[in-house]
Design a protein around this ligand. Sequence first.
Ligand code: C2E
Length: 677
Amino acid sequence: MDQQRSSLFNHINTISRIQVQISTLRSQFRLHERYHDIESIHQGGETLKDLQLQLDQLQPTHNNEFTFLNSLKRSSDSVVALYAHMLRVHSSNLSKAEEEANHHYLLDRLDSSILSMSEDSFRLADHALQNSQEESEYKARLMQSMLIILAILISLSAFQTLRLFRIRLKELEQGIKQLSVGKMDYTIDVGRKDEISQLAQHFNQMTNRLKASTISVDQLQQEISKRTSELEQQKNSLRQIAEHDSLTGLANREAFLKSLNEVIIHCSTNKRRAAVFFIDLDKFKQINDSMGHSAGDAVLIEMAHRFTSTLRKSDSLARIGGDEFTVIIDPLYESKDAAELAKKLIASLEEPYEYEDQTLYLNTSIGIAVYPEDGTTPQELMKNADSAMYQAKKAGGNTFHFYNRLMNQDTLAKIQLESELRSAIQQDQLTVYYQPQFDLKTRKLVGVEALARWIHPEKGLIPPCTFIPLAEEKGLIHQVGSIILTKACQQMAQWNGEREAQIALAVNLSAKQLNTPELAGSISDILHTTGLNAQHLELEITESCVLSDPEDAIHKLEQLKALGIRLAMDDFGTGYSSLAYLKKLPLDKLKIDKSFVDGLEINPEDAAICQAVIALGHSLNLTVIAEGLEHEVQATILAEQGCDQAQGYFFAKPISAENFARCYFKKERKLKQEENI
Ligand SMILES: Nc1nc2c(ncn2[C@@H]2O[C@@H]3COP(=O)(O)O[C@H]4[C@@H](O)[C@H](n5cnc6c(=O)[nH]c(N)nc65)O[C@@H]4COP(=O)(O)O[C@H]3[C@H]2O)c(=O)[nH]1
């Protein structure tokens, strides 16, 4: 019996040790998740080795324990494989993006495998405890059965004995009564040797045995209840680790999703609304990158603190990863309550945060999704709150945004357009339209601006403002830019080859294109293959091209200049560029933006700006061209102000190459023929 008891304790002990090791493994994993350090992977590997040893030693006592032990073994095998993979990723020469993608994937898998290990270990412990309790109950039942058998024996004897033995039988009866109420100390005087004395002897032996076994059952029960409370404590601390974020102490992603699920079930039965906030700190990466992880951690703790003191106890706040926090508002009576709370949360960060000797200004963006309108599952609500948060960020941050379905439609339309643009590139649907540029004094054709067009098989002509920003966002601008430049250069080389009067070709260059190191090389290749003289190419840049890294932009522009290409500053006056940089840029031309030309004849300020730009351009030895001329009077004023060139609907809209040639070159040819005759 003692042996049985000790093996039972060993069994429960081993399970407790397994639980402690899983909790250690989880903490090591959390450390790695936060700091990405290789050391915690190695430590995790060591813990795994010990853990697997314990798992191999464990002998399940019942079938129900088999299931969870096997599942634990399987999960531990997969954690071993994932750790090995993680080490390979760390030591391989993958690009940063590839390494991050792999790492995220592995962290996700590890998180769920370790979580399922800790769940299985809880279940295993529960079953082991249940099994051991059943065993102790079995012993108590055995004791009761013995009492019953004894009672039957005695009653049978009582029937068969003579009156002479009645007194001694009474003694026995008394003994049984005492025994039945649990008093084990009662013994019967054996007296002389007869059947009753034999019975009394048996009775006394049995009480002694029962006493011994009762003490063991009591001890067993005491130890089991001690173990149960220890395991219960461990279970609670593991649950605390499993459901809480170790940095801020707030609920973590798993706990948040669990609560959100419960809220949804509750709200659907009670026909109530609830709101989910997705909160993201603006520019957190910058803090982390420039001031280090400890500063980042301190900021997150401060945020958690400020949010907790702003929210009510019933609003559940969680940190679901990085700088992402969530809040569940249940119940939500009116949407404006959610808006009010979002404002309060944003305001809670208004006061600057002092970290060491630095003053940090924290801003946050909040996306709000409402149950049931914006989603009926935790995943849907999270996804929609997240995209609402993205809208808030897009609007400049430090604000909140409610999810609306149109947002999703916009996103879908964008995804669709992107895939169509990719096939447009493959299927040669991009083309060039040309707008003429004239000398304002002589009204002679001096150049053309090439403007991109997309001839969509179903949607027809798509203007560049629809697809150029998309191409820039999706990294397609280099391909689009190169197609347009090649086609335009080819066309211009052909036109200039056919005509005596050479004209210039202006082509727009996006800021993203200017960022590529091999820009000058690829443009030089295009000039070479198309045969266009570099002096006839003019690239139009905008102020934004120069803003992000002026020194680099100047360097790239100088490389283009060295090829013989002319450079023009487009939309001049609309940005914030400094005149100091204007002086340093190797420009040939300034283009007055249409917005100043628009009000030229009615607005003295616009007229003054045009005049100032013309003067500035000329003082820097630059040609000045005005764009967007729609009326004769604008052409007259600009000519009087000394503007050199102009383009606009007043002269001509952008048109296809065929139309352009028909309009301008056939007329020229005809004139020439008439002159010759
Ligand atoms: N209302 C009015 N509009 C006039 C008038 N005269 C010209 N425009 C329009 O103003 C835009 C001038 O081009 P932008 O400032 O370079 O502005 C361009 C340029 O920033 C960009 N873009 C066009 N083609 C390309 C390209 O090949 N590459 C790059 N990176 N951007 C391009 O798209 C913008 C818009 O191009 P478009 O839609 O072709 O619009 C053109 C042109 O059609 C006028 O009198 N009235």
